[in-house]
Design a binder for this molecule. Structure first.
Ligand code: NOJ
Length: 537
């Protein structure tokens, strides 16, 4: 566990703790429940778990509205349970990172309660107030479906307050040095408990400046570098993962000179994987990776197919967004804000060939992959739940009305288990997928195990390979003496490829199946089945 650059080739797994496993039968997943399931995560091959917010919260934004930064919400357990979880995880070589929500608090946080009640409160200046709602007009609204403005009038305070998300989430004022210090103290509190780092939420929005869109400001980067210095000095080896839903060139500065974030999500590649699968061509993925600047050696991208939010369509053009909605969200209920509230398997028509192909891309494109809980067994969604709750339903461990998630009655769970015939626990559950050697779950385990043996995936250079055939996504990953050629047939039909290779290569082996390919006349000719992929060495 001492390797400082461990995140360069780690497999991440995202967990909504409330959904994972309920140990005390109250219908809500908890830390003890998660601890019981660590063996499963280890078996899957995860290296690091990202836990969504655990803090006390009124849950207006599922815990991203924090009412106390120094505690665990009662439904999840206690700080001791948390320490127990970290200890058990570390015993299995599993690391844990958690959400650090820097940008805003809940309006129920005592700071805000005090601030709104009293102009002379020491906490007044923890937030951003104004007598008008006309400041910072260039800042976009993120939760378009619910928020008419980034300013909300507060009767008690007699002023407007600033918020980039729900109006129940007032933004903290980073121009106040006390706020800056307070949030570093928060980070230190959790690092001291043994956490391995943070997924830092919504970092582009920390500062506001008139005449700008209030995103990615230099002041924001200065503060984040300060947070990084604190971590490096006091807790070396712990990481910061950046959530900045931005274009690659705007995310690039969050890596600094290797002195800001260790990792950053690559948002724009994600919708383009879905485009590639539907259009049966690689061009959009190629374009965005061409546009992606290189990052310092000690940094890494984090790539994903789905997460707990809507499949965001912020990093596409207006035309592409319409196209994505038409193709992937035919029912208006599937749309939310600028995105799509669906899970991976239903998005891909529950067609395992497409799902596996998507995972193959995830595991071979540049960056460390992160899996979203439940997607490894092909869980479905419930679009009739509010907000993004339809992709946050109970993990399906076993058949049965509560899917082995809880001992409570099915009616008293925090959210209903997916119940339809195709995606319900009778068919989709860990127990049966684990027993079936050909299941998606076992295929993912296999991909993870193979990926682990080859540093080229985490550390290697990346280069597209030009195939005359536009339905093929082919690229090379090379590191030191090893070169791996990843080839994907994005189409629903058989494709033939012919690719020139060096004389010195006499044999190519698919790392996943051990199938061998013999080049002839310095050319390799392969027939690819629909949606087939190869990891050729
Ligand atoms: C990003 C999180 O992923 C999302 O779930 C949340 O609503 C916003 N940040 C606000 O914290």
């Amino acid at each position: 566990m001492n390797e400082p650059l461990w995140y360069k080739d780690a497999i991440f797994y995202q967990i909504y703790v409330r959904a994972f496993r309920d140990s005390n039968g109250d219908g809500h997943g908890d830390l003890k429940g998660l601890t019981q399931k660590l063996d499963y995560l280890q078996e899957l091959g995860a290296d690091c778990l990202w836990l969504m917010p655990l803090y006390p919260s009124p849950l207006k934004d599922d815990g991203y509205d924090i009412a106390d930064y120094y505690n665990i919400a009662e439904t999840f357990g206690t700080l001791d349970d948390f320490k127990g979880l970290i200890e058990e995880a570390h015993r299995r070589n599993l690391r844990i990172i958690m959400d650090l929500v820097l940008n805003h608090t809940s309006d129920q946080h005592p700071w805000f309660q005090d601030a709104r009640a009293n102009r002379n409160s020491p906490y007044r200046n923890y937030y951003v107030w104004s007598d008008t709602d006309q400041k910072y007009q260039e800042a976009r609204i993120i939760f378009l479906d619910t928020e008419p403005s980034n300013w909300t009038w507060d009767e008690k305070a007699g002023q407007y307050f600033w918020h980039r998300f729900y109006s129940s989430q007032p933004d903290l004022n980073y121009d106040n040095p006390l706020v800056q210090e307070e949030m570093i103290r928060v980070a230190g509190f959790w690092l001291e408990l043994g956490i391995d780092g943070f997924r830092a939420d919504a970092v582009p929005y920390l500062f506001e400046r008139e005449g700008t869109n209030c995103e990615n400001l230099p002041e924001t980067h200065d503060y984040l570098k300060r947070l990084r210095r604190f971590i490096d000095q006091t807790y070396p080896g712990r990481i910061l993962l950046c959530e900045a839903n931005q274009w690659p060139e705007d995310v690039r500065p969050y890596f600094g000179d290797g002195d800001e974030f260790h990792m950053g999500f690559h948002f724009p590649i994600m919708p383009r994987i879905f485009m590639a699968l539907k259009k049966e061509r690689a061009e959009d993925m190629r374009e965005i990776l061409r546009r992606t600047p290189s990052i310092p050696e000690n940094c890494q991208w984090c790539i994903f197919l789905r997460n707990h939010d809507e499949l965001t369509l912020e990093m596409v053009t207006e035309e592409e967004r319409q196209w994505m909605w038409e193709n992937y969200a035919p029912d208006p209920r599937m749309r939310l804000n600028l995105g799509i509230r669906r899970r991976l398997a239903p998005l891909l028509d529950n067609d395992e060939r497409k799902i596996r192909l998507a995972y193959s891309l995830l595991f071979t494109l540049p960056g460390s992959p992160i899996l979203y809980y439940g997607d490894e067994i092909g869980m479905g969604e419930n679009i009739w739940l509010e907000d993004r709750n339809g992709v946050r339903t109970p993990m399906q461990w076993e058949p049965g009305p509560t899917a082995g998630f809880s001992e409570a009655s099915s009616g008293s769970l925090y959210a209903p288990v997916i119940s339809d015939e195709v995606y319900g626990p009778a068919r989709v559950n860990v127990k049966s997928k684990r027993a079936d050697p050909d299941s998606l779950l076992n295929m993912i385990r296999h991909m993870v195990a193979v990926r682990r043996k080859h540093q080229a995936f985490g550390w290697g250079d990346f280069a597209w390979i030009d195939m005359a055939n536009t339905s093929i996504a082919a690229f090379q990953r090379s590191h030191q003496t090893e070169t791996i050629l990843a080839i994907h047939n994005l189409s629903s039909t058989t494709q033939n490829i012919s690719y020139p290779i060096q004389k010195s290569v006499t044999l190519m082996t698919d790392l996943l199946t051990r199938q061998e390919f013999l080049p002839a006349d310095e050319t390799i000719e392969i027939e690819l089945a629909p949606y087939q992929y190869l990891w050729l060495r």
